[in-house]
Design a protein around this ligand. Structure first.
Ligand code: ZN
Ligand code: ZN
Length: 234
C-alpha cells in the first residue's frame, strides 16, 4: 500500500536538479547532496558543523543567547540543496515535503524520539503571505514528519500576527527587531511541555528564537527545531 502511494505521488524527477529520473534523486545529485549532509561534530545548540569536537558550540552560538533548546538540520544550504528548497518554497513543488521528511527521519529519528516532543509545529506564515503563496512549505514538511514519526501536528497553537519584512533583506540588528511580537500562541488548557518546531531553512536562528519565545511565554518548557537546511556559519 505504502509503495503504491509513493508511486502515485512521487514523480520521476530529481528533487535537486529537476531532471527526469526514474526513482527520484539522480546519481550526480545524490553524490553532491551526501557530501552536504551535516555530520558530527556539530554545534550542541544550532547543529551547525563545527571543526573541533571538543568545542561544544559554534562561534555564533557562543555569542548568542538562544531561546530554543536545541536543533538540527539535514543539509548545508548550498547547491543543489538551496535550489531544491527554493523550488519547494516558491515554485509549488509541494511534493518535495515527503522526500525531505523521509530523509530527515533517516538521520534524526532516534534524536527526535529522545526529545519526546508532544506536538510538531511549523513556523507559520502570516495569513496574507500564505494566501499569496497558496501554501506554507514548513507546514507541509511538518505534516509529513508527523505522519512518519506519529506525532500530532498542531496548526493552531502558533500564529504569525505581524506581517514582517523578509529576513534576508535586513541586517542582523534589524532582523531581531523585525520579529518582535511577530508570533502569538494560543493554547486551550495546559501548554504542551515540549514542542518541535519545523522550518525550511535555519540562518541566524532569529525566527526560531522568536517562535520559541512566544511558546515558552505560554508555558512550553522545551523547544527543539528541525530544518531541511542550514546556512554555513563558523
Ligand atoms: Zn539531480
Ligand atoms: Zn551553533
Amino acid at each position: 500500500m505504502k509503495l503504491n502511494l509513493k508511486r502515485i505521488f512521487w514523480p520521476d524527477t530529481c528533487p535537486f536538479c529537476g531532471k527526469v529520473n526514474a526513482g527520484g534523486i539522480c546519481a550526480a545529485c545524490k553524490k553532491k547532496v551526501d557530501s552536504l549532509q551535516v555530520k558530527e561534530p556539530r554545534c550542541m545548540k544550532c547543529g551547525k558543523p563545527i571543526r573541533y569536537s571538543e568545542r561544544e558550540c559554534c562561534r555564533d552560538c557562543m555569542h548568542t543567547r538562544h531561546v530554543y533548546d536545541r536543533g538540527v538540520s539535514l543539509w548545508l544550504h548550498k547547491e543543489p540543496v538551496n535550489q531544491s528548497v527554493y523550488r519547494f518554497k516558491y515554485h509549488n513543488q509541494r511534493f518535495y515535503a515527503q522526500f525531505y521528511a523521509c530523509e530527515i527521519t533517516k538521520s534524526y529519528e532516534a534524536l527526535i524520539k529522545r526529545w519526546i516532543p508532544e506536538i510538531i509545529v511549523a513556523i507559520p506564515l502570516h495569513p496574507r503571505r500564505r494566501r499569496k503563496r497558496g501554501y506554507n512549505q514548513a507546514e507541509l514538511l511538518a505534516l509529513e514528519l508527523g505522519k512518519i514519526m506519529e506525532i500530532p501536528v498542531s496548526g493552531s497553537i502558533l500564529k504569525r500576527v505581524r506581517d514582517t519584512e523578509p529576513q534576508k533583506i535586513l541586517d542582523s540588528r534589524k532582523r531581531r527587531k523585525n520579529l518582535e511580537k511577530a508570533f502569538a500562541v494560543r493554547v486551550s488548557g495546559a501548554a504542551p511541555r515540549c514542542v518541535l518546531l519545523v522550518d525550511d531553512i535555519y540562518t541566524t536562528g532569529n525566527t526560531i528564537d522568536a517562535a520559541a519565545e512566544a511558546l515558552k511565554g505560554a508555558g512550553v518548557q522545551k523547544v527543539y527545531f528541525l530544518t531541511i537546511s542550514i546556512g554555513q556559519g563558523n
